[in-house]
Design a protein around this ligand. Sequence first.
Ligand code: PRP
Length: 184
Amino acid sequence: MDVDDMGQDLERVLLDREQIDARLAEMAAQIDADYAGRDLLLVGVLKGAVMVMADLSRHLHSAVEMDWMAVSSYGAGTSSSGVVRILKDLDTDLTGRHVLIVEDIIDSGLTLSWLLSNLRTRGAASVEIAALLRKPEAAKVDVSVRYVGFDIPSEFVVGYGLDYAEKYRNLPFVGTLAPHVYAD
Ligand code: PRP
């Protein structure tokens, strides 16, 4: 799926695939340098982080391990409540591990704030965050994020793992939706 397949549903492309790939390569170089000589466990947060995990990890030069979590925010509406339920937990024991949480987006910050606290109780040697996107204007809590791809405006974005009603995750770019798509 690409721009042409979106027809009138796409408002504009915010970050194209070349911009995303170039930034992920820079982030990977930094991660390689920071974790040199240490075993790293990447923890992807389903489902949005699938694309970031796939592309970021392929830019790394070290043989990392990968694991996955699925979490769900309680509460009404589309925004996070900060109360998080684990739908799928890690298979990996974190004792003594260097853990890097991989996320597609930090919106309010509530999900990652909770996840960071949760993983830090499991005896890891370190827990840090890499996120492709961050919306500074939407922040409700301050989350310390070691690797950020892009700070973006507080708009509804889709693509590259991000969905609207479970669709558009398979776009290779990040874009904004035309209002008629979600106006119903
Ligand atoms: C998105 C995203 C983060 C969270 C960020 O996941 O992947 O996990 O929301 O929002 P927050 O900073 O306001 O907590 P979502 O719950 O949409 O699930 P998905 O990854 O399956 O699309």
